[in-house]
Design a protein around this ligand. Structure first.
Ligand SMILES: Nc1ncnc2c1ncn2[C@@H]1O[C@H](COP(=O)(O)OP(=O)(O)OP(=O)(O)O)[C@@H](O)[C@H]1O
Length: 452
């Protein structure tokens, strides 16, 4: 059946353009123009994908994301953001959004996000296992490991820790901002261990509704609740002999934390509706991008569970903290993008390299990978040109703030001059930096008598 997409977009023409494009690609598409009508539609339907503007006249994309997670937890959410909203978009990813895309974008870029996701299998439901009857997730370590070891001091240190703790049976808590590579690090630990040939099960704790968490973790027997039409193995049993990776562990409800703690202490689980306990041998790795100690002191996360999960902790530095690694990862993601898109882009143009260096990369490696893949898709030359780079990447935070003040007339003349300098006096690039059309730029040059 065709995937169902719902778009929330108050710009009628843009919404129509996206609808036509996606329908032509075989999706079933509907549109809401306001948050209010979208909420009603979301409550009555189960869409596969929701694409929403971050800013709507009567609502916010972040709140719609939360609403969608409540009424239709399986719906994936993609946010469309404007210039300079990338920090909020990163927040949205932390809250469980699939991805974000900065406007203006070409519909092909959106399609790429959707297609990439549909090639994955939901990690909260599936796993790789030693036995062939189980489902295979592409998020598995048993495939060729794709791991770049950085050259920066902090990367080297954390990679040493991975190697050191890998062969032990210790529970490891991996901390780091969103997109820094926590799941990749967990897979590396598993690969360094003697459980390597066994299963690696990744569970996104933020994606499991608390009502069904026990059945997801411990399984259930047929008929134990409405909808339990067959016996089902839980993640613990699936990971038996191997590693269970609990991503976003801080998102577990208090009740689920108690259940998890009991399973970790006793090393036994009882499927929902069963009287029989099953012994399991599972190594637990967990990850969080929040301050779990603060959650403990706020009473949101159990201290005993925290200590059990945290026999060893690893902090993964943000990309900003390991700038020396930037071009190593750039090259790696460029090769990856070239081979998946069938392109032969050789590298970054000089200006793009500069922009990359100045940008703080709040979405870390995931953002770098996405920016590179989208840029490779749009590049028709040997080197990635400035034109295909998302606008937010073009400025450092400071510059971004300045250009945001563009509307203030007093600054306008100076900002135009700055943008022209930044763009080596190329008017098309300068207009793009200022988020105005070339024609408007020409008018302003005349108005302020700026001569080039
Ligand atoms: N060392 C690495 N080598 C190659 N690719 C990496 C490495 N670390 C991370 N990546 C890539 O960066 C992206 C983000 O990594 P990952 O999903 O592990 O981050 P995360 O910290 O678990 O994110 P989140 O907090 O959102 O769950 C992935 O596409 C991953 O393949």
């Amino acid at each position: 059946m065709a995937q169902q997409i719902h778009i929330i977009e108050d710009d009628v023409a843009f919404g129509k353009m996206l609808t036509t494009f996606l329908e032509r690609k075989g999706f079933q598409v509907s549109v809401s123009l306001t948050g209010q009508s979208a909420r009603k539609t979301l409550a009555e339907n189960n869409f596969d994908i929701l694409i929403t503007d971050l800013q709507l006249p009567d609502d916010s994309g972040l709140e719609l994301l939360e609403y969608s997670q409540q009424v239709s937890p399986k719906t994936k959410v993609i946010l469309m953001t404007g210039y300079a909203e990338v920090d909020t978009a990163v927040k949205a990813i932390k809250k469980g959004a699939l991805d974000y895309i900065s406007k203006p974008f070409r519909p092909e870029e959106l399609l790429m996000i959707i297609e990439e996701d549909s090639q994955k299998i939901d990690s909260s439901e599936t796993y790789i296992s030693k036995t062939s009857e189980k489902k295979i997730s592409p998020k598995t370590i048993s495939e060729k490991p794709n791991f770049v070891v950085g050259i920066s001091g902090s990367s080297k240190k954390f990679n040493e820790y991975l190697k050191l703790v890998g062969p032990t049976d210790m529970c490891v808590l991996i901390q780091g901002e969103s997109g820094t590579g926590k799941e990749v690090a967990a897979k590396a630990i598993h690969n360094f261990s003697n459980r390597k040939g066994e299963s690696f099960v990744a569970v996104d704790c933020g994606a499991i509704p608390k009502e069904i968490a026990a059945s997801e973790f411990f399984g259930h027997v047929k008929g134990s609740f409405t909808g339990a039409i067959n016996d089902k193995k839980g993640h613990f049993e699936a990971a038996d002999g191997g590693t269970l990776f609990l991503d976003e562990v801080g998102n577990l409800s208090y009740e689920n934390q108690i259940q998890l703690l009991r399973a970790l202490q006793e090393r036994r689980i009882k499927p929902v509706g069963s009287n029989t306990e099953i012994e399991v041998d599972v190594r637990i790795l967990s990850a969080t991008n929040e301050d779990l100690l603060k959650a403990v002191s706020d009473g949101k996360f159990r201290e005993d569970l925290y200590h059990r999960l945290n026999e060893f902790s690893i902090h993964i530095p943000s990309l900003h903290e390991r700038k020396e690694d930037l071009f190593l990862f750039t090259e790696y993601f460029l090769n990856e993008a070239n081979s998946s898109l069938g392109k032969e882009v050789l590298g970054l143009s000089k200006e793009v390299g500069e922009a990359f260096k100045n940008y703080p990369w709040p979405g870390n490696l995931r953002e770098l990978k996405n920016v590179i893949k989208r840029s490779v898709l749009l590049t028709n030359s040997a080197l990635i040109p400035l034109e295909v780079i998302p606008r937010e990447v073009l400025f450092s935070t400071k510059q971004k703030k300045e250009f945001l003040d563009f509307s203030k007339e007093s600054n306008e003349k100076q900002l135009i001059i700055n943008a022209l300098k930044e763009a080596d006096f190329n008017k098309t690039k300068a207009a793009k930096l200022l988020n105005i059309t070339r024609k408007t730029l020409y008018n302003k040059l005349e108005l302020y008598k700026i001569e080039l």
